[in-house]
Design a protein around this ligand. Sequence first.
Ligand code: ASP
Length: 323
Amino acid sequence: MQVGLEKIVVLGSGGTIAGTAASATDSRDYRAAQKPVVDLLAGLPVPAGCELLSEQVAQIDSKDMDLAVWQKLLQRCLHWLAQPGVRGLVITHGTDTLEETAYLLQTVLAPRKPVVLTCAMRPATALDADGPQNLLDALAVAACEGAQGVVAVSAGRILGPQDVQKVHSWRLDAFSAGEAGDIGRVRHGRIERWRDWPQPVVPQETLLEALLSAVALPRVEIVLSHAAACAATVDALADPAVAERYGAPPLQGLVLAGTGGGTVHRELEAALRRAQAAGVRVLRSTRCADGMLQSRPGDEFPVAPGLSPVKARLALMLELLAP
Ligand code: ASP
């Protein structure tokens, strides 16, 4: 460690960015989360005035993200963000649930320093791997004067935690911030910004404590409304006897991924009403990728304003967890 240099701490959590395949031309049959984060950084230039530290927090395919890994990530973020010599954090993450982790970290930590999630669509062994450039761009954002809050950096784009969504299953530019638009971009190591960085709100200390000590997250499921929908799905989810049979905790919340403006098939509507009457919290979102919902007076099922179904689910889980 050199005196006078600010630290950027890179936390590894796995994903395709750390994935390996048998052949350098194979970007399909690979295993995610194989290479240690320290190897991903080897040979990368370090932003001026900074030094890099790294820590392997987890090594998972982010499709399998769970409470234990989130708790560990939160703890390590808290630890490093509190160090005066740390300028910012970078988290290497799988693309599949990156948007959920981004939303969670921003909601709970709302940091004054930058916490930059980055990823890749091709494994680290690929001839044309996108991970190194994404990581380099993420380091530039973490080192950027004035940067703050949790953001995602991928394919040269900087996206906010509320808006970022994976919208493509194989393209390198796989994320969108929808109508809200990107925060900015990274070009040749320089940041061009069009929107504000995520704002540091009051840290949610009691929520954070509850989350860190939780043994499980409140059970909240997502129900998609579609043509020819069947009420049995919702009734089965809300049935305590079914939960007991599977050793699952009783259902506490349901997020509706509704059609268009958050509408719901009449079959499901009746079942959602039954669930709500039985004490299950119902929150409405839309299955449309853009045009997020606004609440209206007298909404029977409250709306999760501006949130996709997966983020609405997280918001409801955090609300149910809050003491
Ligand atoms: N399944 C991988 C993950 O989310 C996909 C990726 O990283 O692109 O960890």
